[in-house]
Design a protein around this ligand. Sequence first.
Ligand code: ZN
Length: 117
Amino acid sequence: MAKLKGSCHCGSVQYEIDTEITMGIVCDCSICSRKGALMAAAEPEDFTLLTGEENLTLYQFNTDVAKHYFCNKCGIYTHHYRRSDGRLGFNTGCIEGFDKDSLDEIKQVPGSTFSTV
Ligand SMILES: [Zn+2]
Protein backbone atom coordinates (compact mmCIF):
# COMPACT_ATOMS: atom_id res chain seq x y z
CA MET A 1 0.00 0.00 0.00
CA ALA A 2 1.09 3.53 -0.69
CA LYS A 3 1.96 5.71 2.27
CA LEU A 4 -0.09 8.87 2.17
CA LYS A 5 1.52 12.05 3.44
CA GLY A 6 -0.69 14.55 5.17
CA SER A 7 -0.24 17.95 6.73
CA CYS A 8 -2.23 20.86 8.07
CA HIS A 9 -2.04 24.22 6.33
CA CYS A 10 0.84 25.73 8.32
CA GLY A 11 2.80 22.46 8.24
CA SER A 12 3.08 22.07 12.01
CA VAL A 13 1.13 18.83 11.94
CA GLN A 14 2.47 16.17 9.59
CA TYR A 15 1.45 12.56 9.38
CA GLU A 16 1.54 9.43 7.28
CA ILE A 17 -1.28 7.00 6.67
CA ASP A 18 -0.64 3.55 5.33
CA THR A 19 -3.74 3.15 3.21
CA GLU A 20 -5.23 3.79 -0.17
CA ILE A 21 -8.14 6.17 -0.63
CA THR A 22 -10.84 4.59 -2.75
CA MET A 23 -13.91 6.06 -1.11
CA GLY A 24 -14.57 9.64 -0.05
CA ILE A 25 -16.92 10.37 2.83
CA VAL A 26 -19.13 13.38 3.30
CA CYS A 27 -21.13 13.69 6.49
CA ASP A 28 -23.96 16.03 7.41
CA CYS A 29 -23.54 16.06 11.20
CA SER A 30 -23.23 19.33 13.10
CA ILE A 31 -19.43 19.45 12.98
CA CYS A 32 -18.89 18.00 9.51
CA SER A 33 -21.36 20.34 7.88
CA ARG A 34 -19.37 23.25 9.33
CA LYS A 35 -15.92 22.03 8.41
CA GLY A 36 -17.03 20.86 4.96
CA ALA A 37 -14.13 18.45 4.47
CA LEU A 38 -14.12 15.51 2.11
CA MET A 39 -12.99 12.70 4.36
CA ALA A 40 -11.72 9.15 4.01
CA ALA A 41 -11.30 6.31 6.49
CA ALA A 42 -8.41 4.11 7.58
CA GLU A 43 -7.44 1.91 10.50
CA PRO A 44 -6.11 3.80 13.55
CA GLU A 45 -2.91 1.70 13.53
CA ASP A 46 -2.18 2.86 9.97
CA PHE A 47 -1.81 6.45 11.18
CA THR A 48 1.59 7.82 12.21
CA LEU A 49 1.96 11.33 13.52
CA LEU A 50 5.34 12.67 12.41
CA THR A 51 5.36 16.18 13.83
CA GLY A 52 3.10 18.63 15.60
CA GLU A 53 1.85 16.72 18.59
CA GLU A 54 1.99 19.98 20.59
CA ASN A 55 -0.16 21.73 17.97
CA LEU A 56 -2.84 19.08 17.70
CA THR A 57 -5.88 20.03 19.69
CA LEU A 58 -8.61 17.62 20.66
CA TYR A 59 -12.20 18.74 20.34
CA GLN A 60 -15.07 16.71 21.69
CA PHE A 61 -18.78 17.34 22.04
CA ASN A 62 -22.07 15.62 22.69
CA THR A 63 -21.22 12.05 23.74
CA ASP A 64 -17.47 12.84 23.96
CA VAL A 65 -16.66 9.56 22.24
CA ALA A 66 -15.46 10.76 18.86
CA LYS A 67 -12.12 12.58 18.95
CA HIS A 68 -11.78 15.46 16.53
CA TYR A 69 -8.30 16.89 16.01
CA PHE A 70 -7.27 20.18 14.49
CA CYS A 71 -4.13 22.30 14.34
CA ASN A 72 -4.22 25.08 16.94
CA LYS A 73 -2.07 27.32 14.76
CA CYS A 74 -3.83 27.26 11.38
CA GLY A 75 -7.15 25.76 12.49
CA ILE A 76 -7.25 23.00 9.93
CA TYR A 77 -9.06 19.77 10.75
CA THR A 78 -6.60 16.93 10.17
CA HIS A 79 -8.22 13.73 11.40
CA HIS A 80 -10.61 12.22 13.90
CA TYR A 81 -11.56 8.94 15.54
CA ARG A 82 -15.12 8.04 14.77
CA ARG A 83 -17.75 7.44 17.35
CA SER A 84 -19.43 4.64 15.42
CA ASP A 85 -16.52 2.22 15.17
CA GLY A 86 -13.36 3.98 16.42
CA ARG A 87 -11.85 4.00 12.95
CA LEU A 88 -9.74 6.88 11.77
CA GLY A 89 -11.32 9.50 9.58
CA PHE A 90 -9.12 12.08 7.92
CA ASN A 91 -9.25 15.18 5.79
CA THR A 92 -8.41 14.25 2.18
CA GLY A 93 -7.64 17.93 1.59
CA CYS A 94 -4.57 17.49 3.83
CA ILE A 95 -3.19 14.62 1.73
CA GLU A 96 -0.33 15.45 -0.59
CA GLY A 97 -1.21 14.95 -4.25
CA PHE A 98 -4.70 13.65 -3.55
CA ASP A 99 -7.04 13.84 -6.53
CA LYS A 100 -10.69 13.48 -5.70
CA ASP A 101 -11.46 12.46 -9.27
CA SER A 102 -9.60 9.22 -8.53
CA LEU A 103 -12.26 8.12 -6.02
CA ASP A 104 -14.49 5.17 -6.88
CA GLU A 105 -17.26 6.51 -4.70
CA ILE A 106 -18.25 9.38 -2.44
CA LYS A 107 -20.40 8.12 0.38
CA GLN A 108 -22.90 10.42 2.06
CA VAL A 109 -23.09 9.62 5.76
CA PRO A 110 -26.26 10.78 7.54
CA GLY A 111 -24.33 11.75 10.67
CA SER A 112 -26.98 14.23 11.73
CA THR A 113 -29.27 11.30 12.52
CA PHE A 114 -26.67 9.72 14.88
CA SER A 115 -27.11 12.34 17.57
CA THR A 116 -29.58 14.87 18.79
CA VAL A 117 -27.32 17.94 18.61
ZN1 ZN B 1 -1.35 24.05 11.19
